[in-house]
Design a protein around this ligand. Structure first.
Ligand code: BG6
Length: 512
């Protein structure tokens, strides 16, 4: 059971820099890419910033048979390759790596979990980690439920300290599988022990959305259907599926990015002010706004969604192959590499102001942004003014990545005797304003989980509501083969059908 620690909203939400209690982080899927590229480097970076407790250990768990030393060598190489290691860090690398252990673990072999239990007790004795444990499931999703059950069988879900479990996305691949997984996880752990991770919530710019909205007085009065015409949330990537064709074939853009990352961003933009920053107060508001999204039937899907798949094309002048030619991809694949949905939020704040969410691979550039488009002025005083640039609506653009920042786009008079009007920008740029690199999302999220702060993790009810809403799209898309695929060239801004769809609503996709 989770302890009652951190129930004070101020300590929970407005977290000042604190170090967690002594603990052990146990990573399942320890020989995988995520562990080496992100998790271990993030933990090491926390060590560099003195944000880890003095008594701390990491246990790698996977099927492969490594010794402790072999695994330590592997993790040392990962730190050297993927973390920001300076010449002054040599001792720190060695001492960090000396606190790493390995336990061959297979949920099909109960003995291996008994060994894990013994190893963790030994580490508690040797390193003073007090029985506090953070499990991290970074395995293929099919192993999430078996690992939870195996942990439960040896009582590892309940130690003399606190026990928490982080579960990587995807949390289910549709509504039924999400519910089944949730049931399996909750048959072992309590909801407040479960941390469903969505790394977008760890991004500095995403966390800043709440600050932008609720720490300033100038935006909130405009933040509604009275002034906002529509909102576009985009996550575009120039990369293709790289080596993940096998996974991506089962996922597609809607499952991979929209159901989780973009929905999380959407909730932060659209939710009501929470009564406090306590984890459940924030997550209550996020869930409420997802529940306010108008649901649609299978027949209505064409009004609410578009999909696409990239064919051969070029990125930055270099030719790239089409999705169907990628490794581990079916040459007839109907998987979406482009997905866009329209969310109509039926509440007092947003009635009549749609949110469009779009994500795709092989776009011309990597960019994630939120574009809030304001309504036009009620009466055009300057319509007859010559030599003005075409009227662009006012926009507030939150650049999530790269070039993190915020831009306000408005109209201004060009100096001179006549009234010539131009579109201009007012810019805030994280890099120049703060002169400080934003921490990696995984650093913040691992630290929060060690501190017991679940604000930036997805709660089960919201995950369920988002799958529920998207089910008609998934059903319709899986029934109808993508026979018009590929329908956009790599390096373009997506299929014409999607541009036409927005055009039919008298709107246009932004080309950021
Ligand atoms: C992951 C998706 O969750 O997010 C990937 O599975 C995607 O397909 C990645 O590339 C994007 O993350 P980021 O932080 O680079 O925007």
């Amino acid at each position: 059971m989770e302890t009652a620690a951190l129930k004070n909203p101020l300590s929970e939400g407005l977290r000042l820099e604190r170090t967690p209690e002594p603990c052990t982080v146990i990573i399942f899927g320890a020989s995988g890419d995520l562990t080496m590229r992100k998790l271990i480097p993030a933990l090491f970076s926390l060590a560099q910033q003195n944000l880890l407790p003095a008594s701390f250990a990491v246990v790698g768990a996977a099927r492969s048979p490594f010794s402790h030393d072999e695994f330590r060598d592997k993790m040392k190489s990962a730190i050297e390759e993927f973390a920001d290691v300076g010449p002054q860090d040599a001792n720190l690398v060695d001492s960090f790596v000396s606190g790493i252990y390995y336990n061959p673990s297979d949920p099909g072999k109960p003995d291996s979990f008994q060994n894990l239990d013994q190893l963790l007790s030994q580490i508690d004795k040797d390193r003073g980690t007090s029985g506090n444990r953070l499990f991290y499931l970074s395995t293929p999703p099919s192993l999430y439920a078996p690992i939870c059950k195996a942990l439960g069988q040896v009582q590892l879900h309940d130690s003399k300290g606190w026990t928490r479990i982080i579960i990587e996305k995807p949390f289910g691949r549709d509504l039924d599988s999400m519910r089944a997984l949730n049931k399996d996880v909750l048959s072992v752990f309590e909801e407040d022990q479960v941390y469903r991770i969505d790394h977008y919530l760890g991004k500095e710019t995403v966390q800043n959305i709440m600050v932008l909205r609720f720490a300033n007085s100038i935006f909130e009065p405009l933040w509604s259907h009275h002034y906002i015409e529509h909102v576009q949330i985009t996550a575009a990537e120039s990369l293709g599926v790289e080596k993940r064709g096998g996974y991506y074939e089962q996922a597609g853009a809607l499952r991979d990015m929209i159901q989780n990352h973009l929905f999380q961003v959407f909730t932060l933009v659209a939710m009501e002010p929470p009564v406090s920053l306590a984890s459940n107060d924030v997550r209550d508001e996020k869930t409420k706004v997802v529940k306010a999204i108008r649901s649609f039937s299978h027949e209505e899907v064409p009004h609410f969604a578009r999909r696409g798949q990239y064919g051969a094309g070029s990125i930055n002048g270099k030719p790239v192959k089409g999705y169907r030619e990628e490794d581990q991809v079916d040459p007839q694949s109907s998987t979406d590499t482009y997905a866009a949905v329209k969310l109509c939020v039926d509440n007092w704040r947003w009635a009549g102001t749609p949110f469009y969410l779009r994500s795709a691979k092989r776009m011309p550039k990597r960019i994630s942004e939120i574009a809030i488009q304001f309504k036009r002025v009620p009466h055009g005083l300057f319509v007859d003014t010559e030599a003005s640039s075409p009227t662009e609506p006012n926009r507030l653009i939150v650049r999530v990545q790269p070039d993190e920042g915020i831009t306000v786009k408005f109209r201004a008079k060009l100096p001179g005797q006549a009234i010539n009007i131009r579109n201009v920008n007012m810019d805030f740029d994280y890099g120049t304003s703060f002169g400080k690199k934003s921490p990696e999302a995984y650093e913040r999220l691992l630290l929060d989980a060690m501190l017991g702060d679940s604000t930036l993790f997805a709660r089960g009810d919201m995950v369920e509501a988002s799958w529920e809403l998207l089910m008609p799209v998934l059903d319709v898309w899986s029934e109808a083969a993508g026979d018009k695929f590929p329908n956009y060239a790599a390096g373009s801004w997506g299929p014409k059908e999607s541009d036409d769809w927005l055009g039919s609503e008298e709107r246009q996709w932004r080309r950021p």
